[in-house]
Design a protein around this ligand. Sequence first.
Ligand SMILES: NC(=O)c1ccc[n+]([C@@H]2O[C@H](COP(=O)([O-])OP(=O)(O)OC[C@H]3O[C@@H](n4cnc5c(N)ncnc54)[C@H](OP(=O)(O)O)[C@@H]3O)[C@@H](O)[C@H]2O)c1
Length: 368
Amino acid sequence: MTRLTPKEAMLMAVEEGRKGAGHVSPNPLVGCVILDHEYHLLAKGYHARLGDLHAETAALAQVTDPTRLEGAHVFVTLEPCAHDGRQPACAKTLAALPIASVTYGVRDPNPLVSGQGEAILQAAGKQVILFGELRDELEELAEIFLLNMREGRPFVAVKVASSLDGRIALRDGSSRWITGPAARERVHYLRGCYDAVLTGAGTLLKDNPRLDARDPRFAGRARRLVVLDPQGRAAAAWPGSKAAEARPPEDVFWLTGKGMRAPEGTHHLELSLSKDGVFDIDEMLARLRAEGMHSVFVEAGARTVGGFLRAKRVDRLYLFLAPKLLGEGLGWTSGFEIASLPQAVSLASSRWSAVGGDFLISARPVFT
Ligand SMILES: NC(=O)c1ccc[n+]([C@@H]2O[C@H](COP(=O)([O-])OP(=O)(O)OC[C@H]3O[C@@H](n4cnc5c(N)ncnc54)[C@H](OP(=O)(O)O)[C@@H]3O)[C@@H](O)[C@H]2O)c1
């Protein structure tokens, strides 16, 4: 039996945690790996569903021989919880076991937990270690939850499917398809990882997209859809559209200016409009949060994406780049301008991968 290093164990815990994506909101994604006293793999687990076992207890449930917990080492991506909620407090559960140490990845910013999980374990004589490596992986795993806690607003992910020269559509608006089938399949998975998909009136009218999550991991789960339609100009086209057929109206949040119309049966949220006819992004996000949305996946044209960029409210960017040039056309940042080069938005923790014949950059934009 091979021994795992702490780094290998924590990386495995991160991979476990990812399996809960799209199923645990508003809870964080958490993974856990338990090694025996000689660092052999004993069990692993993750928080799979809201209300279900936490990662630590899910991993403990996999331990077939409890005597091997003597002197064991627990690796968990987030500080074990200290309060009894839908599940009993994990710190107390771990404290009662004959384990030697608990290594955790990120301190829980939740004031009900922060530092207290660690204190419970220390009081029980366990060695508690805040892991010093894999910062990007660990923060990214819990990023929705961490941002919700730290900033009190929904997390915003933006997806763009672009040519190498930054075009998301031709001048006539055609955009289907710029990227290949594998990239589009990945987008189905990503949509399912967030509480709602958000789009603009322009995309609904131009593309008539379904914007659902056709990925087996989300089978049978309707996705919420948020539509930005300040003048109510897309409302008439809604009945019979593919997006309307894909979900019941109660899963649709239609955002308009005051006194504008929204399709029947949808949640109609009326927001104030600036003199340029746009919503204030922070006000919009606060309204979505009040409706129970902790994260949104923006899939829209440049006008919507530009609004989020101008407001500095893009927390993750998924940029699918097709290795082709489209020449003159619609750029995805065209609604966004910076005054000088030092104000350029840089991308932190960016990861590149090939998805079919396309590239995917996943990164955290850093606004100055
Ligand atoms: N390749 C890709 O990844 C991709 C993805 C989606 C769309 N597209 C392409 O993008 C093109 C459509 O671009 P678009 O910019 O017109 O579409 P859009 O961004 O989907 O919709 C723009 C409209 O949404 C409303 N809106 C957006 N942000 C708002 C805000 N902050 N406040 C109030 N209203 C807001 C406005 O409606 P009003 O005009 O009524 O004021 C705005 O004109 C299409 O050709 C489509 O194929 C490409």
